[in-house]
Design a protein around this ligand. Structure first.
Ligand SMILES: NC(=O)c1ccc[n+]([C@@H]2O[C@H](COP(=O)([O-])OP(=O)(O)OC[C@H]3O[C@@H](n4cnc5c(N)ncnc54)[C@H](OP(=O)(O)O)[C@@H]3O)[C@@H](O)[C@H]2O)c1
Length: 313
């Protein structure tokens, strides 16, 4: 789960002069409750404002210029790296503005405390976001002199009714983060030995043009994508192109993922294309295969089209 936690004023201010522009007794209680035992990711300036690692949780500071290492604190060079360092634990993104902007497109939930103040001359703002993407729940209003209201924005599940855009999104997902096409291609080409960018785009276009294809998963990080696929369980009839990386295969995570995806309610089959190096993995998972030899300019390659049927056809 990737969450975001913030307190903002009525005019969207979150910071002023390097500080949070209010001190409200009890307002930070929710932050402590939610983040304790989990991972907090924050930008370098926000961390320097606090000045020390937060107790009973892991803090990952995002910075390109400084290193913070010690009991309970580590540094990552990017938000994506910070999320990877969390190794699947619940992550709470705790500001500032740039980090929020980067994660809003994929966070699962946002805990926003609406502070009943208008702050003049604020210099850091919470980014605009599309409320339509979230289910909003208004919680308690608290505070004596300064009132504040807890709100929760839970990301709405996307419908797969329009297979075009959604298919791409899932196809390009690695470890809960939407990737740019170049990054996705880098992963894809690790799995598809002889793939060129043209092969990749051709195959993607073929998949997108096929109305029966709901999801194309390019997997390189174990169970994460599998679990995400399960979130859309009732929509999926067929999964095409699961590719499981070497590490994921060795650790048995890939088999676990395939087993869990196979339980998906309406899923009929999983298809994969693979090479000599990886065919053993698919055999162990119970895929049946069809061998083909493809001629490439630099030689021939053996490829296997594998299919695993759920028995629900
Ligand atoms: N109200 C709230 O809930 C809340 C929460 C958090 C913060 N705040 C306030 O917000 C202000 C601080 O926020 P801010 O936006 O100015 O700064 P910030 O996000 O805390 O820190 C910015 C720094 O983080 C690093 N960084 C950010 N994005 C990065 C990326 N994608 N890759 C690598 N490094 C990245 C860079 O560090 P380097 O320069 O070292 O590379 C950058 O200079 C303060 O006033 C603070 O009090 C308020």
């Amino acid at each position: 789960m990737i969450g975001l936690i913030v307190a903002r004023s009525k005019n969207n201010v979150i910071g002023k002069g390097g500080e949070i522009p209010w001190r409200i007794k009890g307002e930070q209680k929710q932050f402590k409750e939610l983040t304790t035992g989990n991972v907090v990711v924050m930008g370098r300036r926000s961390y320097e404002e606090i000045g020390h690692p937060l107790p009973n949780r892991e803090t990952i500071v995002v910075s390109r210029t400084k290193q913070f290492e010690g009991q309970g604190v580590r540094t990552a060079g990017s938000v994506r790296e910070a999320i990877e360092l969390a190794h699947g634990k619940d992550v709470f993104i705790a500001g500032g503005c740039g980090l929020y902007r980067e994660v809003i497109p994929f966070v699962d939930v946002m805990y926003i405390t609406e502070v009943d103040l208008v702050i003049e001359d604020g210099d850091v703002f919470f980014p605009e976001f599309n409320e339509e993407d979230f289910e909003k729940t208004i919680g308690e209003t608290l505070g004596d002199e300064i009132r504040y209201t807890r709100t929760e924005y839970l990301r709405k599940k996307q419908a797969f009714s329009d297979s075009s855009g959604c298919a791409v999104k899932v196809a390009l997902c690695e470890d809960n983060e939407w990737l740019l096409s170049e990054d996705a291609f880098a992963i894809y080409s690790q799995c598809m030995y002889h793939a060129t960018y043209e092969d990749y785009t051709t195959q993607m276009n073929v998949l997108l043009a096929d109305p029966s294809v709901k999801v194309f998963v390019c997997e390189s990080q174990g169970t994460k994508t599998g679990m995400m696929v399960l979130d859309y369980a009732d929509e999926i009839v067929e999964i095409v192109g699961i590719a499981v990386s070497g590490d994921t295969r060795r650790k048995g995570i890939g088999r676990k993922m395939i087993r869990s995806v196979m339980e998906t309610e309406n899923l009929q089959s999983i298809k994969a294309q693979t090479d000599e190096d990886s065919i053993g993995f698919y055999r162990k998972c119970g895929f049946s295969e069809e061998k083909t030899v493809i001629e490439y300019p630099d030689g021939a390659a053996v490829r296997y089209n594998c299919i695993l049927k759920t028995g629900r056809l």
